[in-house]
Write a protein that binds this ligand. Structure first.
Ligand code: NAD
Length: 347
């Protein structure tokens, strides 16, 4: 029987509960579809940091390298460990090591979920460039603490980086409804964003079947609120994608439904799948974390592994639960009840 090696990093707070829920659902989906999921759980977290002085062991990245995928819950417990330590000690090293240059997030309203918009159905796949651009970390400060202090932070856009993320977007559009929206601000940023637009236009010639539209980031923000149904695949730089995907999470009903994948399409290293939300210390011990975002991220993992049938089964089961309004309102159902509803729909 085919089997996949999955590294589980539940992390902190609600990360543990939602990862457990997702794993239960994924394991059942795998059994139903006739393949195996061989999970190894790693206790890397803020607790681990307090015990050992590090968020993960020195050979943590090398350990993860041998897996087919990583399923992560959430990391952070700011009352005890500064976010800068937990982020830089675990999430960022994984992202750096495996160059998951495509951060993808699906935004659509699940049945039974009421988002803040009057708009009816929409189904958007946001693809955020995840390795360079505005978050490249190039910059510095001089004359610190004086009246003459200067801070400079430079965006880095490389031909390789922009081409690969756009090409990934075109490929995704081909698998969906054939529309790609490229987001820049080329009226104001005449070097990097004009460069991005030029590459979009050049690649469009390779994808004559894809309908391409260019939007400025401000116009796209408005469009996601006013006419989200007009969008299919949206590709944006690191900063613009960061902002648009939070907007996407909001219009789909909130963090309980926001799933994500950090993908390296070259597939020679593990990609990482995680709900967008954090460890939610405010509700961590109440048993009311919504596991749907984590389960949906798990479905994206199955899809990435090539198990499209099982991924579809998980999504259908999530939708069956939310259509019964289970998990659709914050705090109304317990994590275990939402998980049970998804499991029962999965059969
Ligand atoms: P958060 O996402 O943890 O919580 C924001 C709000 O949304 C809270 O009120 C929380 O109760 C609610 N919420 C989030 N997920 C929910 C769910 N599944 N079900 C029900 N309610 C949910 O963001 P925060 O409070 O700003 O951050 C808390 C910690 O998480 C911090 O340490 C932060 O750095 C970390 N964080 C980690 C990640 C990650 O691991 N990828 C992402 C974001 C934040």
């Amino acid at each position: 029987m085919k089997s996949y090696k999955i590294a589980l990093i539940p992390g902190d707070g609600i990360g543990t509960a939602v990862t457990e829920a997702a794993w239960e659902v994924l394991a059942r989906a795998a059994r139903g579809a006739g393949f195996g999921l061989d999970g190894t759980s790693f206790p890397w977290s803020c607790d681990f940091y307090e015990k050992t002085g590090a968020m993960m062991p020195a050979d943590g990245i090398e350990t993860l390298r041998g897996f087919d995928a990583i399923l992560l819950g959430a990391v952070g417990w700011p009352k005890r460990v500064p976010d800068s330590v937990s982020l830089h000690g675990l999430l960022l090293p994984i992202r750096k090591a495996f160059v998951p240059y495509a951060n993808i997030r699906p935004h659509r309203l699940l049945p039974g979920v009421e988002g803040p918009l009057r708009a009816g159905s929409f189904d958007i796949l946001c693809i955020r460039e995840n390795t360079e651009g505005e978050y490249a970390g190039a910059g510095g400060r001089v004359h610190n603490g004086t009246a003459d202090e200067v801070a400079v932070e430079t965006s880095i856009f490389t031909r390789k980086g922009v081409e690969r993320i756009l090409r990934f977007g075109f490929e995704q559009a081909r698998k969906r409804r054939g529309k790609l929206a490229s987001v820049t601000k080329s009226n104001a940023q005449k070097y990097s964003m004009v460069f991005w637009d030029e590459i979009t236009a050049r690649l469009a010639a390779d994808y004559p079947d894809i309908e391409v539209a260019n939007y400025h980031i401000d116009a796209m923000a408005a469009r996601m609120v006013m006419a989200p149904e007009s969008l299919d695949v949206v590709v944006a730089s690191n900063l613009f994608g960061d902002i648009l995907t939070d907007l996407g999470a909001a219009i789909q009903g909130g963090l309980g439904f926001a799933a994500s994948a950090n993908i390296n399409p070259e597939r020679n290293v593990p990609s990482m799948f995680e709900p967008v939300h954090g460890s939610a210390p405010d509700i961590a011990h109440l048993g009311i974390a919504n596991p749907i975002a984590a389960i949906w991220s798990g479905a994206m993992m199955l899809e990435h592994l090539g198990e499209a049938g099982a991924a579809k089964a998980v999504m259908t089961a999530i939708e069956a639960a939310t259509a019964r309004r289970i998990g659709t309102e914050p705090g109304r159902h317990k994590t275990q009840d939402i998980t049970a509803a998804v499991l029962s729909a999965l059969g």
